[in-house]
Design a protein around this ligand. Sequence first.
Ligand code: DCP
Ligand code: MG
Length: 371
Amino acid sequence: PEVSTPPSVVAVSQYACQRRTTTENHNKTLTDAFEVLAENYEFNEMEGQCLAFRRAASVLKSLSWQVRSSHQVHDLPCLGETMEELVEEILQYGRSFEVAKILSDERFQTLKGFTSVFGVGLKTAEKWYRRGLRTFPDVMAEPSIRLNRMQQSGFLHYGDISRHVSKAEALALGNIIDEAVHAIAPNGILTLTGGFRRGKEFGHDVDFIVTTPERGQEEGLLTNIIKHLKHQGILLFCDFQPSSFDLSKLPSHRFEAMDHFAKCFLILKLEGHQVEGGLCRAEGDSRDWRAVRVDLVSPPLDRFAFTLLGWTGSRQFERDLRRFARLERRMLLDNHALFDKTKNEFLAATSEKDIFAHLGLEYIEPWQRNA
Ligand code: DCP
Ligand code: MG
């Protein structure tokens, strides 16, 4: 097809929270390549470069059109000259030499493999790599390695939890947890969040928020849900983190800092008959169940909107919401609260719309936050 005049790009903001990004990505070849480079910078602890490539990929994901010539990215925010050349190379040859080199690099492959295990972060993966370990059997056979409980479960259920979770499976888990919530607290509230709330068809886990109108009861609710699941015999792993929430604290500057609400990281046993259309399983796997990763977070009800906005993601959308608040509005936002530094006060919110309004942003629907 002929290369038509470049679509208008004047409206593209440098902030993901001022763009509408659906799950439909018209530039997947480009964004996949950018994300490999970003991940490789992450593995090499070059945070600035990593973020630059993540931002550029995010801008490309927001486009409602396919990039067909590198000139078309010239006026886009977050894409400099090097990135324009990279786009040019990929459009011309169908691949990037540098990306291909990274994908076949032993260190990259090993770190990618190790960090794909539940409970194994970059620091641990690097330690194992430096010791000369390259494969899972290498790790298992190394007598000096003491795996923690999370890592043990991560390896034990690796096949199941590295397989994607379908929307039908997420809905089935929603039913199971909803039943647990209401067996304990009749007026308890369960909300699906994370990637599935953004309309994704598949995820790596299922994220839920549970809360109750009774003040101060949310932590007890979570521990009781865990007991309930254990009693049902479907709790394969549980890491419960009690609340360390301090109402008076200012929102955190650090994005990667976890929020302070009570939460738990679970592995649950999901049975085939509970899922419409059946389970996602490996070919030849004849079990009628699979293990699935589930996260539950339990904020007090008056912080629900902040938690919902914070856990709906995407990560890039969240990063840019906070950056926008700080740089454009002199406000601090995190999963707990919004603080106005000019007025020196906290701004309350009962819905996500309230928070967007406080920030002077047009409301972006969850399915438009796939930045
Ligand atoms: N989140 C957060 N702080 C963390 C971890 C996550 O605020 N330390 C938020 C941002 C994420 C959301 O929670 O978008 C859910 O995290 P996931 O890692 O589950 O990401 P997604 O649900 O978006 O994608 P996936 O399909 O991989 O589960
Ligand atoms: Mg998720």
